[in-house]
Design a protein around this ligand. Structure first.
Ligand code: HEM
Length: 281
């Protein structure tokens, strides 16, 4: 069925706000598990669903960002990376909404959620994979969810956004080797070192490659916003459930703290340490 037929069946009059956006369907998707329904469970569901919608948008943007980079359009890709950054800022700010829930409120329905957890968010994992944060160990969460597993395997097999960025640098004559998916630790470290030298040169010669430089600055901001979301989420988790284990079975805040070091563009962070002082205007 085409998009038009789904939202605007033939003979049903002009398209309306509600029919176009599927508002009746959207507002019927909040199914509380607490009985009687706990007031804050509605908030809990809507906040998570809102995140999932934004994750969908971010993945949509990343696909096009990769295509634009592969076609050599650094400025156009950078504009969409900046859009992702604005969405991510909303995602970071939104943690404060769920934080208005007291520990008592959450404990009142938390047991009913076991073993569900944001840990299983396939779109969050897809976002990480698309950014080259590729821990295949998370696939085991999707053994009984073929659709998500296949999407995630597809992301793992496809070149992530950082590869498209370094390919752009190569096209401009930088020595920025590709990172083969099966590279061992030694090969990975050597490639990373060469790439750090490449982006250091980019920053030293930024006037000559201003489009790539602006793109690199947008990409590090995207990486930073992901890190800020991780930090904001773990502090909220400590405030709501303290040191309890997660509903997903992890150690909780302890596990989440181990994720704070994950980087999509480690080279862009490292160059800050190694770059030399340079005139800037
Ligand atoms: C009361 C609110 C929340 C609490 C107490 C909470 C708690 C946790 C805990 C303990 C984990 C670790 C995994 C596990 O469950 O064992 C986790 C992971 C996660 N949560 Fe939340 N969370 C909350 C709200 C949210 C919201 C609103 C989102 C938005 C999508 C979210 C997304 C995630 C994601 C993506 C992970 C996986 C992180 C990773 O593996 O790097 N959480 N959460």
């Amino acid at each position: 069925m085409s998009f038009d037929e789904k939202t605007h069946p033939p003979g049903q009059g002009a398209v309306s706000y509600g029919s176009y956006l599927c508002v009746p369907q959207l507002t019927s998707l909040q199914q509380l598990v607490s009985e009687p329904g706990h007031h804050d469970e509605m908030l809990f569901i809507i906040v998570h669903q809102t995140y999932e919608l934004w994750f969908k948008q971010l993945l949509h943007e990343l696909d096009t960002i990769g295509e634009m980079m592969r076609a050599g359009h650094a400025l156009a890709a950078g504009r969409l990376v900046n859009r992702c950054v604005e969405i991510q800022k909303v995602l970071v700010r939104q943690v404060a909404v769920i934080e208005t829930m007291t520990p008592m409120d959450f404990l009142a329905f938390r047991d009913k959620l076991q073993p569900a957890s944001g840990f299983q968010s396939a779109q969050f994992r897809e976002f990480e994979y698309a950014l080259g944060i590729r821990d295949a160990g998370y696939l085991k969460n999707y053994e009984s969810d073929n659709e998500s597993r296949e999407r995630l395997e597809g992301r793992l097999a496809a070149p992530p956004v950082p590869e498209a960025f370094f390919a752009l640098l190569r096209d401009r004559g930088f020595d920025a080797p590709p990172l083969p998916l099966d590279a061992d630790d030694d090969a990975r470290a050597a490639i990373r070192e060469t790439r750090v030298a490449a982006v250091s040169r980019l920053y030293a010669e930024f006037e000559a490659h201003y489009d790539l430089f602006m793109l690199a600055e947008a990409l590090i901001e995207m990486d930073q916003q992901l890190m800020l979301w991780r930090q904001r989420h773990v502090v909220m988790v400590e405030r709501v459930i303290g040191g309890r284990r997660g509903t997903g079975g992890s150690s909780g805040a302890g596990y989440l703290k181990t994720t704070l070091e994950k980087r999509a563009f480690p080279e862009l962070w490292d160059l800050r340490t190694s770059m030399s002082v340079h005139h800037s205007y």
